[in-house]
Ligand binder design. Structure first.
Ligand code: C5P
Length: 308
């Protein structure tokens, strides 16, 4: 038997929703979704070190306020694993962030996913991927995807996942416009807009099958046509800075751009890194974005980098 490690380093990716179709609310208060997630190579890296108490330290490559309180998903993940396994162990957690904070790219979910995988090793609980994903789902709808990675269809509240076949690599420019959007507030505004339109929400929203064809065939034009986010209209209503970014990115030649998840990060699909740099320069020149990042998808889910 290998001895339990004293230190485990795990990274988990941020995500973009290539499509996000929103249906009716279920008994738990979650909206039923048909969404296609793609993990990108911006990672949250969690280092878990043996310690008597639970503690958390954050460092970041991206601007934004770091949530260090009891709502922090890394701490909540550690507390959940500890109580599920009836343990009385501690760990010093260090989270290094590359995913825009509170930006609709699942950075907090990636923190939770990486923490669960790291502590499952450090504490020797040995739950393995499936049971960790089920635990992750209790922390947030996007946590299981941060564990699985690559590209996947999400059903239910987003946590019921099926991997999607993709061909080649996709390049994204991520424009961070500044400001903050709360996910529940964006869903609430979406409900208000739907109610006012008089159209009832589907029990089970439909997936655009052409998006799966675009992904398996590596067809960027078809992917551009099928990028879609039902929450975008609500995000635009709550944050007036977003629609101009989408319009400018497309005017500057991007095949397509959309709000990522509940926003406010804008995901711009580009042909290559050169186009990403050109569009980023245009957005920064017009002060439409605070930060621009280039990322590639798909990226792997939560994986152990080091163990000692
Ligand atoms: O699961 P997570 O904590 O990320 O969700 C945050 C909030 O977003 C939920 O409490 C809910 O208000 C909203 N949400 C939703 N339907 C989903 C996912 C999230 O209404 N499928």
């Amino acid at each position: 038997m290998t001895p339990a490690p004293d230190r485990v380093v795990v990274r988990a990716p941020g995500k973009i929703n290539l499509s996000l179709r929103v249906g009716a609310v279920d008994a738990r208060g979650y909206h039923s979704l048909a969404t296609v997630f793609q993990a990108v190579d911006l990672y949250e890296t969690v280092t878990a070190t043996r310690a008597d108490q639970l503690s958390l330290e954050l460092t970041s490559d991206v601007p934004g306020e770091l949530p260090l309180d009891g709502n922090n998903l890394a701490l909540r993940a550690a507390e959940l694993l500890r109580s599920e396994c009836a343990l009385d162990l501690g760990a010093a957690l260090h989270v290094h962030k590359q995913v825009p904070i509170a930006g609709g790219m699942g950075g907090g979910s990636a923190d939770a996913a990486a923490t669960l995988v790291a502590l499952d090793r450090l504490w020797g609980t040995g739950l393995g991927p499936e049971r960790l994903r089920a635990l992750g789902a209790r922390l947030g709808a996007d946590v299981p995807f941060a564990m699985l990675g690559h590209t996947a269809l999400g059903r239910g509240n987003g946590a019921d996942l099926t991997t999607v076949l993709t061909h080649g690599e996709w390049t994204w420019l991520l424009a961070v416009p500044g400001g903050h959007l709360s996910t529940p507030a964006v869903f609430r505004r979406f409900d208000e807009i739907s109610l006012a339109s008089g159209r009832p929400l589907a029990e089970r929203p439909e997936l655009d099958e052409r998006q799966l064809q675009a992904l398996s065939g590596g067809n960027i034009e078809l992917l551009a046509e099928t990028l879609h986010n039902d929450l975008q209209i609500a995000a635009f209503a709550l944050h007036p800075g977003l629609e101009p970014v989408v319009e400018a990115a497309e005017r500057l030649g991007a095949p397509a751009a959309l709000v990522s998840g509940s926003g406010p990060t804008i995901a711009v699909l580009v042909q290559d890194e050169a186009q990403a740099r050109e569009i980023a320069a245009g957005l920064m020149r017009d002060s439409l974005a605070q930060t621009c990042l280039v990322a590639r998808g798909s990226a792997p889910g939560a994986s152990v980098l080091e163990e000692s």
